[in-house]
Design a protein around this ligand. Structure first.
Ligand code: MN
Length: 475
């Protein structure tokens, strides 16, 4: 490495999003984040991942917080570092595909409220499902100078996913106008030497910066990051140590120390990182004591590597079998999962495709006949409603499950008419800010409950105004 030019590795810190989503079900409240923002901002991170994924749902549903308010507060406390979010393509942060006008408005409002980098992915890696969000980000960048469209590829294994596949799709992402690419290894399947090969190959096919997002689930992530960095990856995702490892990311301090004195030296101050870790350590202890953090997610889960399915999918499957008193069918279902995945065109296994494949595999085994019953999601995948899969789907399965039905080959969202004004009409009685319609669009019931709760709190606050001398707010 002596002759290598200096290339400090850039780091995205995940403590405010994926680290707590992975270890404590996304339950870190905003008030826990605010006191440490100033220190986080001083580290020199490439970005802080703070929003998206499940943070939106968990804020409204469990924490009774306005996610937009969280974003604005984080933005106010982070003056220099870029803020990043995770965005599920046409599904935004929800569980159904939305019309383009909602996607575009969500992108616009995310950037207006403080997001710099939007990481956009699709569970089938169908780039058509990302186009609207990427276009909206580019448009916003042109108009306001803010915004960066990062396309994330859901990393997976299978004979369709050759180096050529990854090189080709990277080139197509560059052509669609994205600013960078992320390899999103949600299940922690990427092996160190495979990462080296993958990054080396992708670097040949695209000039875009490449970021690696992986999980420690199978115990590999820090080695994978090391080899990826040596192969030229530009950015890696890490989590400050009290919320690292297990199903989360490699520890920030460890990766920083690893590259010290090399051309990849981040130049970060370990004392400052230690202060940040000191801040979060008591909270980790608290979460362990309350059971919010389970020691089960902290070890090495080698089954992820053996079966190549995400850990969450395995635990879902076990609970489905338990409900049916059929735990003895575990091995049978494990064997059925790759078969169903093949029938459906070998998709990556990530929300929602992981649930669809897993549930159908359980049905196939329990019914004693494959596809005797199919879920409505399996049918939708077979109809093409989720988009195009990397391989053709099994024609026999199509004929059995949706005989004679029309299949679509266009971009699925082309069939969804604009819906923003309808949504506005449905929720206007609760509207206190423009962004409320977007919360409502994603989670109609949960958002409505939250709006009612918010109103009740405000009424109580008003009633107590007379008592401000005692500083007593009955909330
Ligand atoms: Mn992740």
């Amino acid at each position: 490495m002596a002759d290598a030019a200096k290339k400090p590795i850039k780091i995205t810190e995940t403590i405010l999003r994926d680290a707590h989503q992975s270890l404590i079900a996304t339950r870190m409240p905003t008030e826990k984040m605010l006191p440490i923002l100033d220190k986080l901002d001083k580290v020199g991170y490439h970005s802080l991942e703070v929003w998206g994924g499940a943070t939106f749902d968990a804020s409204l549903r469990f924490l009774k917080e306005d996610p937009w308010d969280r974003l604005r507060k984080i933005r106010a406390g982070v003056k220099n570092t870029k803020l990043q979010m995770l965005f599920r393509g046409q599904n935004i942060l929800g569980y159904r595909p939305y019309a383009d006008d909602v996607v575009e408005y969500f992108v616009q409002k995310s950037i207006a409220n403080g997001i710099d980098i939007i990481r956009i992915f699709d569970c089938l890696n169908d780039l058509r499902n990302l186009q609207a969000a990427v276009d909206a980000t580019i448009k916003e960048k042109k108009q306001s100078g803010k915004g960066h469209a990062q396309v994330a590829l859901s990393y997976t294994l299978g004979d369709a996913y050759t180096l050529d596949y990854w090189m080709n799709i990277a080139k197509r992402i560059e052509e669609m106008g994205a600013d960078s690419i992320c390899i999103k290894d949600m299940a922690g399947l990427l092996l160190p030497y495979t990462a080296q090969e993958l990054i080396t190959a992708m670097k040949k096919s695209t000039k875009l910066p490449i970021q690696l997002h992986t999980h420690y689930t199978a115990g590999l992530a820090s080695m994978t990051c090391l080899k990826a960095v040596e192969a030229g990856v530009d950015v890696i995702d890490t989590a400050i140590s009290p919320f690292a490892l297990g199903t989360s990311q490699p520890a920030t301090e460890v990766m920083v120390e690893t590259f010290k004195g090399t051309p990849y030296d981040t130049g970060f101050d370990q004392n400052l990182l230690a202060e940040i870790a000191d801040y979060f350590r008591p909270y980790r202890e608290e979460c362990l004591e309350s059971g919010l953090m389970s020691t089960k997610v902290l070890g090495v889960n080698i089954k992820t590597l053996l079966y190549q399915v995400p850990g969450g999918m395995l635990s879902n499957m076990v609970s489905q079998l338990k409900e049916q008193n059929a735990e003895d069918k575990y091995e049978d279902v494990l064997k059925e999962i790759p078969k169903v995945r093949e029938d459906l065109g070998q998709p990556p296994l990530v929300t929602p495709s992981s649930q669809i494949v897993g549930t159908q595999a359980v049905f196939n085994v329990l019914m004693g006949e494959r596809y005797k019953m199919a879920t409505k999601e399996t049918k939708a995948v077979l109809r093409g409603e989720y988009g195009q899969t990397v391989k053709p789907m099994n024609q026999e399965v199509i004929d059995k499950v949706i005989p004679g039905e029309k299949r679509i080959t266009c971009r699925p969202a082309d069939l969804i008419p604009n819906e923003l004004s309808t949504l506005e009409g449905e929720m206007k009685q609760y509207k206190q800010q423009d962004e409320d319609v977007l919360s409502y669009a994603l989670f109609p019931q949960v958002a409505t409950d939250f709006f009612k709760y918010r109103e009740a709190q405000q009424t109580k606050m008003d009633a107590s105004k007379a008592d401000t001398e005692n500083g007593a707010y009955p909330v």
